[in-house]
Design a protein around this ligand. Structure first.
Ligand SMILES: [Zn+2]
Length: 264
């Protein structure tokens, strides 16, 4: 049973990863994400359904277009594999259900945002705001899971969780806004953009306040090395915020124990 749940999670993740590739390819160019159908960028041939199977098609075609043999970037199967593992890992922690799907999809959006920021130095609002909405809705997804298992006794804890989620999102967004405003005044350059403020809100909503601060701390530490070696080149911050959020979410019990051992 566990095996089939995890296999299901992996397959859903692979399929979502395939769609993420479309988002990553088309949103920065302002293209429609539904039309036209997937095609080879060199010969323009439309792909058959069996050329679109996540991971397997790329392996079967040995990374080349079926029509003109043009190489297909290994970014495609890599994103699919990462997204598959993402949905599987989240399922290991939450079990299958509404909160699994909402959480995993939120992280999938953060993955897409990271790749787009890394490649194009852009953070599309459409994906960014979608991630925030999912984070804000998470208490309702948890309530749905409890209701479906027949254990829902009262709405009160979920209403309180919802209020907390919105408050934590607002507090972290305000902190980022204030920090960005201060730094801009001091050095006269944009340090934290609007996109970072929206991601901060997502982090606050998903993780709650003490843990979200740990995530920002982890992100800052991770960003330090590439920032030192970039020598004036811009270092995109979104991938590090996303990675910090993922690590903090995954290791929440350990991080909480670590802090309470330090200050408890
Ligand atoms: Zn081709």
């Amino acid at each position: 049973m566990i095996f089939f749940s995890l296999l299901f999670a992996l397959l859903i993740g692979l399929a979502v990863g395939s769609f993420l590739n479309v988002l990553i390819l088309r949103i920065p160019k302002g293209e429609n994400i539904a039309f036209p159908a997937s095609h080879c960028p060199r010969c323009g041939h439309n792909l058959k359904w069996y050329h679109n199977i996540p991971l397997l098609s790329w392996l079967a075609l040995k990374g080349k277009c079926a029509f003109c043999r043009a190489p297909i970037s290994s970014q495609y199967p890599l994103i699919e594999l990462l997204t598959g593992l993402l949905y599987l890992t989240v399922a290991l922690k939450t079990g299958l259900g509404a909160s699994w799907f909402v959480t995993a999809t939120l992280f999938a959006l953060l993955l897409a945002l990271s790749v787009i920021d890394f490649r194009y130095y852009a953070v599309p609002d459409s994906l960014n705001v979608s991630a925030l909405v999912l984070a804000l809705l998470l208490p309702l997804a948890k309530m749905a899971d409890t209701a479906l298992s027949g254990e829902l006794e009262s709405f009160a804890p979920y209403r309180d969780a919802l209020i907390h989620t919105f408050a934590d999102a607002a507090i972290l967004a305000a902190a980022f806004w204030a920090l960005g405003f201060g730094v801009k005044r001091m050095i006269g350059k944009e340090a934290l953009g609007e996109a970072d403020i929206i991601i901060a809100a997502t982090m606050g909503a998903l993780l709650g306040l003490p843990l979200a601060l740990s995530a920002v701390y982890i992100a800052a530490l991770l960003a330090l090395l590439p920032a030192l070696f970039a020598k004036g080149r811009m270092v995109p911050f979104v991938p590090f915020l996303a990675l910090g959020t993922w690590i903090a979410w995954l290791f929440e019990p350990q991080i909480t124990r670590w802090w309470s051992a330090l200050y408890g």
